[in-house]
Design a binder for this molecule. Sequence first.
Ligand SMILES: Cc1ncc(COP(=O)(O)O)c(C=O)c1O
Length: 355
Amino acid sequence: MPRVFNFSAGPAMMPEAVLSRAAAEIADYDGSGMSVMEMSHRSKGYIALFEGVERKMRSAMSVPDNYKILFLQGGATLQFSAVPMNLLGRTGKADYAVTGYFSKKAFKSAGMYGDIRAAADTGNYYAIPEPSEISVDAGASYFHYCHNNTVYGTRWPFIPETGNVPLVCDMSSSILSEPVDVSRYGVIYAGAQKNMGPAGLTVVIVRDDLLESPLLPGTPEILSYKAQAANGSMINTPATYGVYLLGLVLDWLSEAGGVAAMAEHNKKKAKLVYDAVDASGVFTCKVEPRSRSIMNAVFSSGDEETDARFLKEAAARDMVTLKAHRATGGIRASMYNAMPLEGAERLAELIKEFK
Ligand SMILES: Cc1ncc(COP(=O)(O)O)c(C=O)c1O
């Protein structure tokens, strides 16, 4: 199939093997005579598929038994409200590390529900704060941070130390891209449309004891982690086809060697691009090296016309969606798991050749 290297920040590239398998099964899933998207979510066949995907996700991320994996909707953005609705009732206050575009949105959303404090906000979104720049309130219901800042291209190089305060993490743009010690977290959430599949599915991983936190008054049942866990994520119709595609992505991931192999693959791609940028004499990456994302590389020539010419030359070589977010300007190369090494090689080549 004619394919381009799609550097979109999300929805993003899917593995070709997954698309081929989905295409082959589109009208007849497993001899059922129907597409997965035509199956009742209450049918035996679909429940078996759904439970299988849960098992695959648990295995891929080594999720311990005392955590539930929920398959929800509403995107990561709905979690900006669901997290406080589910957890803020513990003490009424929470800490947020504000390190970029989406973590700021999460911070602002939570502010509607209680006493929310910026536990780290250096104002410089091109660097992750040092551990010494983070203050943790021992009375906070939870500490929220965003592991990979998709817009500014930064990644936390360490897990913040918060003692007994549960860690809540937005992993929308880094989930499944590298190994994660899930046992360090209270809640992990992510929208699917970068490393897991199509938009419309949101994965929430929550530690069992946190399901007992008092809900804020007025929390709809559909946003209650406890109610969703008790109902197998099926209070209403889940994103049935998205869950199926996540299953195919997890099969592909497992065949590719799992998250450890993926981390090597991703680091290699990111290094090719950052090295080319640093040596180019044309482009610069404002993100300090220790904070650089291995998913989203953001760089610029500092001149809009030059950047636009680069985007045009990239498109001529089948490299598309490289325009950065309006908050930073410039160029952003999002290289999630499904981006082949060849995509990063081709981009690095153009950066080197570009005058
Ligand atoms: C880190 C991060 N958090 C949250 C979001 C918002 O996700 P959604 O559009 O699924 O609500 C995004 C989207 O790009 C993101 O990159």
